[in-house]
Design a binder for this molecule. Structure first.
Ligand code: SME
Length: 170
């Protein structure tokens, strides 16, 4: 299997430009969303060296439940509306948190986490999860990350099957 290659590590936008087509081909022919989420988490972790934790939460019975991730052991369930993840889910918009200590409702899964970005996963207007990235440095994520991680979320959503019993299933 081809490995993910990124040469432009210093220029964040150029790095994403190089890696996005590789991410797309990584998941293009695979309909299983767990397999795709797992490989995307791994590929992003190999690429975004400023992220300490990268993973997915999926909406099940009104809660966000931990999916595939790379990093330390994390909280398994987050209520919609709670924390950065639950807030991004309610608002269906990307949240960049430069300093997690200044986000009143931040949930500390990893005591080393200092900044975070959460991108909602939406299919046909319906939320089905979030993509969450943490960093052990303050101010790690910017608008370049937001716009490009939204593209990753879009390509993942394209492969996500609405028939999969995730929103209401166990
Ligand atoms: N910090 C998140 C919880 C998830 S972990 O960071 C993996 C939040 O406030 O929602």
């Amino acid at each position: 299997m081809e490995q993910i290659k990124v040469s432009s590590v210093e220029d964040r936008a150029a790095g994403y430009k190089e890696v996005l087509p590789q991410l797309k081909s990584l998941i293009a022919d695979e309909p299983d969303f767990i397999a795709n989420a797992a490989n995307l988490a791994a590929a992003l972790k190999q690429t975004l060296h400023y992220a300490s934790w990268i993973g997915f939460y999926f909406l099940k019975n009104g809660e966000l439940v931990l999916g595939p991730f790379q990093g330390k052991v994390a909280c398994t369930r987050i209520k919609i509306g709670n924390g950065v993840c639950g807030t991004a889910a309610v608002q269906k918009r990307t949240l960049i948190v430069p300093n997690v200590y200044e986000f009143p409702d931040h949930i500390f899964c990893d005591p080393d986490s200092k900044s975070e970005i959460v991108v909602p996963l939406v299919k046909n207007g319906e939320l089905f999860g979030v993509l969450d990235l943490d960093s052990s440095e303050y101010g790690s994520f910017d608008e370049v990350d937001a716009r490009n991680l939204e593209l990753v979320a879009d390509m993942f959503s394209d492969t996500f099957s609405e028939t999969y019993p995730i929103r209401n299933g166990s």
